[in-house]
Design a protein around this ligand. Structure first.
Ligand code: UT7
Length: 325
């Protein structure tokens, strides 16, 4: 019998501190940085974002999302035999956020590791978990996207600091006799490393280079609209499906203009586009599972629906996962 993987439950968690564009703009004005609600809404669709308290880490956010996903799946933490955390803002250089999160869940022994593919991290992590379940290496996986991007923002750079937020989303992925994950398609092109990066590192007890986020927004924008269409088409072809079979499109939540352009290219009505970028901003690897959980809990996404998840970001990385919920 063919072994597949299927989502058994979703969860998410946002830190309580919510900042509207107006509140952020007022805060930035005190630092001499000029921006406005109008500019942010018009260019990005973002209206608000959440920022974690200074002592809260990605694993803190991720463990709350994981608990919610376990509850939705009707499982205990002790049932889990694989933990993958997608993050670019881990708690420490090492060990992984996944190991720290495993301990916070009160379990031990199962495999736990991080995936670093920036805003494509969740689709990368889901693809790895699917492969491990299908080959029998795992049966019940927690796949989590968790970020505290507020820690790596340059609040003197208005072209980036208004875009990002903190949060976490999670799914329980379990072995199933029916699919589940239908197809996935992952890519990277390292020659674009400089268009979206945090170039600093820790060396000899010092920070070497700049530890804050740098982005060439227009270059990322141009690449994103092209690859999101090609990755979606590749997964549809692998699954022998067409645009018309997609019930819900859940792209990485970075910019409403990129998301709408992808929906149009896939000939999907905008009502089938799941949008949380307005309330969360860009939460990098957490954005897709956050959006997925919001749409599941609001009752939009129903069991049996066909979902197209799409990530794109630093690396440059991109990819898609097509699945039956
Ligand atoms: O998560 C990974 C994926 N990341 C993305 O997908 C991001 C992709 N890129 C984008 O979303 C867009 O390129 C941005 C939202 C980052 C920028 O939007 P844009 O329409 O490309 O704006 P722009 O960079 O062309 O800037 C237009 C103007 C500039 O002023 P001038 O040179 O025309 O006078 C900027 O200085 O807007 C100015 N500007 C701002 N003004 C007010 C840039 N940021 C701001 C700001 N507030 N926050």
């Amino acid at each position: 019998m063919t072994r597949y993987s299927r989502i058994a439950g979703t969860g998410s968690y946002l830190p309580p501190r919510r900042l509207t564009n107006a509140e952020l703009a007022a805060d930035l004005a005190t630092r001499g940085v000029e921006t406005s609600d109008e500019w942010i809404v018009e260019r990005t669709g973002i209206r608000a974002r959440h920022f974690a308290a200074p002592d809260v880490t990605s694993s803190d956010l991720g463990v709350e999302a994981a608990k919610n996903a376990l509850q939705a799946a009707g499982l205990q933490a002790s049932d889990i035999d694989l933990i993958i955390v997608a993050t670019s803002t881990p708690d420490m250089v090492f060990p992984s956020a996944a190991c720290i999160l495993q301990n916070k869940l009160g379990i031990a022994g199962c495999a736990a590791f991080d995936v670093q593919a920036v805003c494509s991290g969740f689709v990368y992590a889901l693809t790895v978990a699917d492969a491990m379940i299908r080959t029998g290496s795992a049966s019940k996986a927690l796949v989590i996207g968790a970020e505290v991007f507020s820690r790596i923002l340059d609040f003197s750079d208005r072209t980036t600091c208004v875009l990002f937020g903190d949060g976490a989303g999670a799914v329980v992925l379990e072995a199933s006799e029916t699919p589940g994950i239908l197809a996935s398609d992952l890519h990277a092109d390292g020659k674009h490393v400089g268009i979206l990066c945090v170039p600093g590192n820790v060396s000899g007890g010092q920070i070497l280079g700049d530890p804050l986020l740098k982005m060439d927004g227009q270059a990322v924008f141009k690449l994103a609209v092209g690859v999101l269409e090609s990755a979606a088409r590749a997964t549809l072809a692998k699954a022998n499906l067409t645009d018309a079979d997609i019930d819900w499109l859940i792209p990485h939540q970075a910019n409403i203009r990129i998301m709408q352009s992808t929906a149009k290219k896939l000939k999907m009505p905008l009502e089938k586009l799941i949008v949380t970028v307005d309330q969360h901003g860009n939460t990098s690897a957490a954005s897709i599972p956050l959006a997925l959980d919001a749409a599941v809990r609001s009752g939009k996404i129903q069991k049996g629906d066909t979902l197209m998840l799409e990530g794109v970001g630093g690396g440059f990385t991109w990819g898609a996962v097509l699945l039956k919920y």
